[in-house]
Design a protein around this ligand. Structure first.
Ligand SMILES: Cc1ncc(COP(=O)(O)O)c(C=O)c1O
Length: 285
């Protein structure tokens, strides 16, 4: 809901928001910005490293003087970029996007659901990564381990409008302190720990690359995700693999692109990584 609130706080009906074809708001938010806000999504391709090329952002701009066209209002950059393999986008890149957005008059929102993974991977404070952004969302759950919660950050006026829209969407909460408390623990104790998830994702990828029949589809992990697919000659579909893994105590799932995505987190230790690899070796070899 964080990205949805951000878009509705900024855009009028008929406005356009530019984002990547692999962007979460485009792929996995039920088309909410269009359904609820009448906002048009204008996608441009994500590059292999997860970024959007600055020249493509510029090319996506509508002509503000032409009333046939929607109004380009907003730009969303996802960092890390989940569907591109959990890629972390550098501070230099983020800054250059900020400059480009300002030049084009676009409001710059960062979907930073996993911004702390990017910060840890790049050894750069999250605040530096989002310095040029107008607003940011990040998740307290996922790698930061809180049971629930996302945070939307921005300027005072924006947040005032966002609070109203959150209420309008049915997202207002009472007695939220009890879950906010877990969020504070997440921020204070779980950020540096993410490094261990990244190390384990790399170990997982290394082990997978030694299994004939398995193909890493997004290269070496940048952060906490590993994507792979089965070679057709293995003679096993994803559904059967998922069932076989479940029988061995490992829950995995596939993506809409037909890949398997493995994500490391606080409850996955070194033994769990070896257990997962052993199960895959048994099934696939
Ligand atoms: C990249 C990305 N953005 C946004 C979200 C959604 O965050 P929330 O619904 O908690 O605001 C997710 C969570 O699945 C995500 O992976």
């Amino acid at each position: 809901m964080g990205n949805l609130v951000a878009v509705l706080a900024v855009c009028e009906r008929g406005d356009e928001v530019i984002m990547g074809t692999a962007g979460h708001t485009f792929l996995h938010e039920a088309g909410g910005v269009s359904a609820l806000g009448g906002v048009v999504i204008h996608t441009i391709p994500n590059q292999e490293d997860g970024s959007l090329a600055l020249e493509n952002i510029e090319r996506a701009m509508r002509d503000p003087g032409d009333y046939h066209e929607p109004i380009s209002r907003m730009l969303i950059i996802e960092n890390t970029q989940n569907a591109c393999g959990g890629k972390a986008l550098s501070a230099d890149y983020m800054h250059s996007v900020g400059l480009k957005a300002a030049e084009l008059g676009l409001y710059f929102h960062v979907d930073g659901a996993r911004i702390f993974n990017a910060a840890v991977a790049l050894k750069t404070p999250a605040a530096t990564l989002v310095k040029s952004a107008d607003s940011v969302t990040f998740c307290l759950s996922k790698g930061l381990c809180a049971p629930i919660g996302s945070v939307l950050c921005g300027g005072k006026q924006f947040i005032e409008r966002a609070r109203r829209i959150r209420k309008l969407l049915g997202g207002g909460m009472r007695q939220a302190g009890i879950i906010a408390a877990a969020g504070i623990v997440a921020l204070e104790t779980m950020v540096e720990r993410l490094e261990a998830d990244h190390v384990r994702a790399n170990r997982l990828a290394e082990g997978l690359s030694e299994i004939a029949g398995i193909q890493l589809t997004k290269g070496s992990p940048n952060t906490n995700m590993v994507f792979f697919s089965l070679n057709p000659n293995v003679g096993l579909d994803n559904g059967s693999l998922i069932a076989e893994m479940k029988a061995r105590g490992v829950l995995i799932n596939d993506t809409s692109e037909g890949e398997i995505r493995l994500v490391t987190h606080n409850d996955i230790d070194d033994l769990a990584i070896e257990h997962c690899l052993k199960a895959l070796r048994e099934i696939v070899s």
